[in-house]
Write a protein that binds this ligand. Structure first.
Ligand SMILES: Nc1ncnc2c1ncn2[C@@H]1O[C@H](COP(=O)(O)OP(=O)(O)OP(=O)(O)O)[C@@H](O)[C@H]1O
Length: 579
């Protein structure tokens, strides 16, 4: 099936010569659209600066080949290197920015590159540009004519498609997808959001750089116009119109907009006269039309009309469970933990221990500080005082990804799942920190064996929570109760030593709660240590070995469920709820 993408390289062999140039522009646009698939579709970031990455590469190869007479292949390396360098600087500065700051800074970068290309006349030739770039030749074959160039560009496009589909079906691809929603899920399962965003930015910049190289040596001329903000917006429209969330989507968009551009170039002057540039307006209307029909782009709409062929379930043996230490030893120790939000002390000097093999419940009335304590332990928040030790190691202030890698996994109070992904893929996200293949072997497709093992591990985790049958369904179709179970399966795929559950019974029906209690008891017997924050007293009291009660940020009581239930201070705090 994947080999079909190589047809992209064969199409120019049979295309009438009048369409060859258009085909090369499609391949170039396709590469930029793929760079946006990676950045926006996978990693959830928006860039208005892809044409500037193209420009950085195009000007680099132009300068090296025209001014210094170097080989265009050196120009390719240097050009992509230049795009990577810019992506590193821009990404390094911006990936930690939230909300609209990232797109805004890409606009600033795009405008700056365009102005520099136009104004550094001595270097770039200004708006006149640089001419007479050498044509490419490969293995003794000249790529000067449009037909061989089309085959070459199609081949590059096919290779990029294969590399990105390898990436999509890997732990890295899932981690990129888990960057949505502030990256909390990626971080909780071992991926540093800032590093993942930077990596996506670099890969995306490099792809746009390759497109810039192809552009420069096809036209054999560079000037600032094709690398303007308007061009960046055109590429964004391509990706969004086709469907930025999938590879066929962005390629469909690239084909559609390239063809439209060619058609409108002749049609609009006939309709509206020669003055004015109406293409952008037309794109805007076309995009709005497509998004009205299908908000996620054209491809998801078309895909919905095609028969669905689910992937087969993985068959490989799962990864072995990690070694666990001796039952009864202290696994987690919280010492005088405090957290202040401005003047409010949400957690105030809380201390407790959790031994391996135990189930500990953390309870307390609304606003008692339970979730804050949970976030302090998992590294989501940094404490203002006190220490957290996990397996004897001081983990105070470590980021969530570092705490996770030591053997701690969590679920969320409000399930943080990815509805577009299958149940199996959602669960496989939990095994990110167990994957060993680096991003380059993954792009080359050398990770297939490991990927099967990761998916099998996820399937095994689904089996443990009773969701195996739904493995290939989209997570968005699960009931609230099933979503909670999937969160637990995702955490189990990490083979954690300590599992922290944030209100796992919230929103469950009575029968589901009983099932949940049975599952948690079984996990405990299998050697998983559990800490749960929970409101449901029946569930907590019938399940846990010990309870820590919090009230107004402080520890009010600690003991067995029976001891705690008898404690008059606890009864008072709950106004009779526990009694
Ligand atoms: N990010 C924050 N900024 C400011 N105040 C916060 C923040 N997070 C929590 N608080 C406050 O800290 C206190 C403890 O909140 P926390 O969510 O930890 O309590 P909880 O016991 O988990 O409550 P619930 O059972 O309702 O979830 C509350 O008064 C809450 O308003």
């Amino acid at each position: 099936m994947r080999a079909l993408w190589f047809l992209l390289a064969l199409v120019p062999l049979v295309l009438p010569s009048g369409y060859l140039t258009l085909y090369v522009f499609f391949a170039i646009g396709g590469l930029v659209a793929l760079s946006l698939y990676l950045l926006t579709g996978l990693a959830g970031m928006t860039s208005f600066g892809q044409a500037a990455f193209m420009g950085a590469s195009a000007y680099t190869t132009a300068l090296l080949t025209v001014r210094l007479g170097l080989s265009p292949w050196l120009g390719l390396l240097a050009g992509v290197g230049m795009a990577l360098g810019f992506a590193l600087v821009l990404g390094g500065v911006t990936v930690r920015l939230k909300g609209h700051f990232l797109p805004l800074s890409t606009i600033a970068w795009q405008v700056a590159v365009f102005i520099l290309a136009g104004n550094l006349v001595g270097l770039t030739g200004g708006h006149t540009g640089l001419t007479d770039l050498p044509s490419l030749s490969l293995l003794g074959l000249s790529l000067q004519e449009a037909r061989p160039y089309g085959v070459f560009a199609g081949l590059v496009l096919a290779l990029a498609v294969l590399a990105l589909s390898n990436l999509r079906q890997s732990a890295w691809g899932r981690a990129f997808l888990a960057l949505r929603g502030e990256g909390l899920v990626a971080a909780s399962f071992g991926g540093s959001p800032a590093r993942l965003r930077l990596l996506a930015f670099l890969l995306s910049g490099a792809l746009a750089g390759v497109a810039g190289f192809l552009y420069a040596h096809f036209l054999r001329f560079v000037n600032p116009t094709p690398f303007s903000l308007e061009a960046s917006i055109k590429y964004l429209i391509m990706a969004v119109a086709g469907g930025v969330g999938s590879i066929p989507g962005v390629l469909l968009g690239a084909g559609l907009i390239t063809a439209l551009e060619d058609w409108l170039k002749d049609l609009l002057p006939l309709l509206l006269g020669r003055s004015g540039n109406y293409e952008s307006v037309a794109y805007g209307f076309i995009l709005a039309g497509i998004l009205l029909l299908s908000p996620r782009g054209l491809w998801p709409y078309l895909e919905g009309l095609l028969p669905r062929r689910p992937r087969p379930l993985p068959q490989a043996p799962p990864l072995p469970e990690k070694e666990r230490g001796r039952t009864g030893e202290v696994l987690l120790k919280v010492e005088g933990l405090s957290k202040a939000f401005g003047g409010l002390l949400a957690v105030n000097g809380v201390s407790f221990e959790l031994r391996r093999g135990e189930i500990l419940g953390l309870i307390g009335p609304n606003g008692a500080g339970k979730s804050t304590t949970f976030n302090l332990i998992t590294g989501v928040l940094a404490p203002t005082g006190g220490r957290v030790f996990f397996k004897g190691q001081d983990v105070t202030g470590l980021p969530p990804e570092a705490v996770h890698r030591l053997g701690l996994a969590r679920t969320f109070q409000h399930p943080h799942l990815f509805p577009e992904l299958t149940v199996l893929e959602n669960a496989a996200l939990g095994a990110f920190a167990r994957a060993r293949a680096g991003v380059f072997p993954v792009l080359l497709g050398l990770h297939q064996k490991e990927e099967e093992a990761l998916l099998s591990t996820a399937l095994q985790a689904l089996r443990r929570v009773g969701l195996e049958e739904l493995a290939l369904e989209k997570a968005g179709r699960l009931t609230a109760g099933q979503q909670r179970l999937l969160e637990i399966a995702r955490a189990l795929a990490a083979s954690p030593e300590l599992l922290l559950l944030d209100e796992p019974a919230a929103g469950l029906r009575a029968g589901e709660k009983r099932e949940l209690a049975r599952l948690l008891r079984r996990l405990s017997q299998e050697g998983v240590t559990l800490l749960l924050v929970e409101h449901d007293m029946d569930l907590v009291m019938g399940l846990v070995d010990r309870v820590v009660v919090m009230h107004y940020g402080e520890k009010l009581a600690e003991g067995s469920p029976r001891e705690v239930q008898k404690d008059p201070r606890v009864r008072e705090a709950y106004l009779g709820e526990v009694a």
